[in-house]
Write a protein that binds this ligand. Structure first.
Ligand code: ATP
Ligand code: MG
Length: 334
């Protein structure tokens, strides 16, 4: 790995199939960044325990996710791909950072409040300290940039705070990382009913997965929420319509987007036509990724090899950082 390049870190939970939000919010940036930075991308298997306590499918989900990431454009020759649970230095850093994180700020986190609402019977402490573990993931490589979707913005802000507190108390060790996107704003892909974000583990019929076959993509899009159309020219778009236009802008040609925008602004839009066009363009984008991921899954040995090499490289970086952290804290008894 080249020296002096800025460091990039990002991760994804093995909680289900990749969807358009993961692709446009995260993976698309990763694929571009691997050519320009020293990149670490990891499968956040420890993080998945906060919401998915059953670990039976963890291994197969992890392998499948790696094959989807590679099918989506990650190149294990250009970036380091590893499983979080292969890096024992992370939980030690997590312990130190926990001493710098306050209960009040953790309780105020939007993702914590959302998940606590969704699983009131399992508001575990890991869920509360999720942003601290995430900070450890980032800081263990002293990363500069964290390419994530909009839903993770607050977590990155918290990582910045923890890093600043550490630096202030124990000496400058960590660069202050930034959320990163090549687009002007961080991306947020809405679910097809406009009620929240697309997600791996919720809302399966309102989320489009990179594994969905052509028929399912057509069906999901045809069921997306619309209405009778605007009655007044140049109306503001409701969230769910804005969501469809966001997808159209991502997968369709600019003149097609312009046509439907014109139709919307002139109160002559036919959502049925928009959905048909969107579905076909979406299929063009998803199909090659789905097929490549399926082919890779028939080569489990190759995926294991990627993870083994990745773990080795990631540990090297983690061991170095943790050594410096221990020195800064004074844990150098022998
Ligand atoms: P889960 O429902 O299990 O939490 P998830 O879909 O939220 O799954 P994560 O593994 O939590 O996925 O996040 C992986 C990356 O995908 C993060 O960078 C996150 O910001 C991004 N991401 C997830 N959902 C969206 C979305 N709807 N729009 C944009 N980015 C998203
Ligand atoms: Mg999530």
């Amino acid at each position: 790995m080249e020296k002096n390049k800025e460091i990039v870190l990002s991760g994804i939970r093995p909680t289900g199939f990749l969807h358009l939000g993961n692709y446009y919010g995260a993976l698309r940036n990763w694929v571009r960044m691997q050519n320009e930075y020293t990149c670490y991308f990891f499968i956040a298997d420890w993080h998945s325990l906060t919401t998915h306590s059953d670990t039976h499918e963890l291994k197969s989900n992890t392998r499948r996710l790696v094959s989807e990431l590679i099918a989506g454009g990650l190149d294990p020759e250009k970036c380091t791909i590893y499983a979080q649970s292969d890096i024992p230095e992370i939980p030690e850093l997590y312990l130190y950072l926990n001493m710098l994180a306050y209960k009040g700020e953790l309780e105020k986190t939007v993702t914590f409040k959302d998940k606590a609402r969704q699983q009131p019977e399992n508001i575990n402490a890991g869920l509360l300290t999720y942003p601290v573990l995430q900070a450890a993931d980032i800081l263990i490589h002293r990363a500069h940039f964290v390419p994530v979707g909009k839903d993770q913005e607050q977590h990155i802000e918290m990582t910045r705070n923890f890093a600043e507190r550490f630096n202030h108390r124990y000496g400058e060790l960590f660069p202050i990382p930034r959320a990163f996107s090549y687009t002007e704003n961080l991306v947020r892909i809405l679910s097809l009913d406009g009620s929240g974000k697309m997600s791996k583990s919720e809302q399966q019929m309102n989320t489009i997965y990179l594994n969905d076959d052509d028929t399912l993509i057509r069906r999901k899009i045809s069921k997306a929420k619309t209405d009778q159309g605007p009655l007044v020219p140049n109306s503001a778009m409701p969230d769910y319509i804005e969501g469809l236009f966001t997808l159209l802008r991502l997968v369709s040609a600019p003149e097609i987007v312009a046509k439907f925008e014109y139709d919307f602004n002139h109160c002559q839009i036919r959502y049925g036509d928009l959905k048909k066009q969107l579905a076909e363009d979406m299929i063009q984008m998803i199909k090659p990724i789905r097929e490549k991921a399926a082919a890779l899954q028939n080569e489990p040995g190759q995926i294991d090899e990627v993870l083994a090499r990745g773990a080795e490289k990631a540990r090297k970086s983690a061991v170095t950082t943790l050594g410096e952290v221990r020195k800064a804290l004074g844990f150098t008894h022998h």
